[in-house]
Design a protein around this ligand. Structure first.
Ligand code: SAH
Length: 340
């Protein structure tokens, strides 16, 4: 092993496993290297601007970045896993009709350090609170603000640290990238880091999906599903999760459930039905529970795996699609979507 790799192996566990911020405390790297590092590097996570807790144990942090922007990160404790939901961009450029982040516009991509910094911050804060050295976060999902596959350049290296044994040591199954459907980047993700894939589908046909998820005009459903099949490949254990926000009177009719079931026959799929989470200024409404149950039952009867995602953190606006952060100088929405 070269000197450089050896040093990296020494330093990474201090940073990510112990949460050390002071190079001088890294006792095995030697004083000279510690001093050199202190001159050219700092260890700092995004700074906490606020913290909110909901009755169900969900926590939402607003984290301030060095440039004054702020992002949101959500911790979701469950009996069998503790999930951290992280952001990949400041705001989002995709403009999905039913998402609060879209209203914020887009400012910039997060760096790999800012992405990993969210995990670092949450893990070490929670561990300190619990006063126990045990690892707290077991799963990480890229389901916060932003479109991770429009920032794969930074998301890729961040994932590698999450997976590395010297970093957070998470298995590939326990890291999920969620995308609105950036088709070429799905293939690149497979090359870079084949973690679990979730796709925000929300509609069973292109006409409706064009309106709900404008990116569909560029990458329509057939191309998206083909990319999903390539992603899963021949690995019989893998499945793509399809997210489907239940919007009253828009995408929740029984015939739409049947159309969805037909559509997903050719992909190893699991469907997550997400009851729509309202936010100020939206005109969409959540489907009634009975409607969601009926929709799910049609999917189940067709042989699909389908679950209704329990809404978590609703009272603190930490639920899916409610993250807004503080986005400065929002640029116009500038995704290269060319309606054909
Ligand atoms: N841009 C990525 C990552 C965001 S994940 C993506 O689109 O997948 C957040 C998930 O919550 C997505 O499936 C998104 O479509 C969904 N969502 C957005 N707004 C919502 C809302 N108001 N209620 C429920 N789900 C919502």
């Amino acid at each position: 092993m070269g000197e450089r790799a050896f040093r990296v192996e020494q330093i990474l566990p201090w940073l990510h496993q112990r949460g050390t911020t002071d190079f001088a405390a890294m006792t095995n790297i030697g004083k000279a290297l510690a001093a050199r590092l202190a001159e050219c590097a700092t260890v700092a996570a995004p700074e906490m601007a606020s913290e909110q807790r909901s009755e169900d144990g969900t926590r939402k942090w607003v984290l301030r970045l060095a440039d004054g922007n702020a992002i949101e990160t959500v911790f979701i404790p469950e009996a069998e896993r503790n999930t951290l939901c992280i952001s990949s961009q400041v705001g989002c450029a995709l403009d999905c009709a039913f998402c609060a982040t879209a209203r914020q516009g887009f400012n910039r991509n997060l760096t790999a350090a800012e992405i990993v910094g969210q995990v670092w911050f949450a893990e070490h804060r929670l561990r300190a609170e619990r006063n126990a050295p045990d690892r707290v976060i077991s799963n990480v999902v890229f389901m916060g603000m932003g479109e991770p596959l429009l920032n794969l350049k930074e998301v890729g290296p961040a994932i590698r640290i999450l997976l590395d044994d010297l970093g957070y040591g998470l298995s590939r199954r326990r890291v999920t990238v969620s995308t609105a459907g950036v088709v070429p980047a799905i293939d690149r993700l497979k090359e870079a880091a084949p973690v679990s894939l979730a796709v925000s589908l929300h509609a069973p046909d292109d006409g409706l999906r064009d309106r709900l998820v404008p990116l569909n005009r560029k990458y329509p459903i057939a191309e998206l599903l083909a990319a999903c099949r390539r992603y899963v490949g021949t690995d019989a254990r893998r499945r793509v999760t399809f997210e489907y926000a239940m919007l009253a009177g828009v995408n929740d009719a029984p015939e739409q459930a049947r159309a969805l079931a037909r559509l997903l026959r050719t992909v190893p799929a699991k469907v997550n039905l997400i009851p729509f989470n309202p936010f100020p200024g939206t005109s969409f409404e959540r489907s009634a529970d009975a409607v969601i149950d009926a929709f799910r039952d049609i999917l189940l009867a067709s042989g699909l795996v389908a679950v209704t995602r329990r809404t978590r953190g609703d009272s603190i606006r930490a639920a899916c699609g409610q993250l807004a952060g503080v986005v400065k100088e929002r640029s116009r929405r500038v995704v290269p979507i060319h309606a054909s």
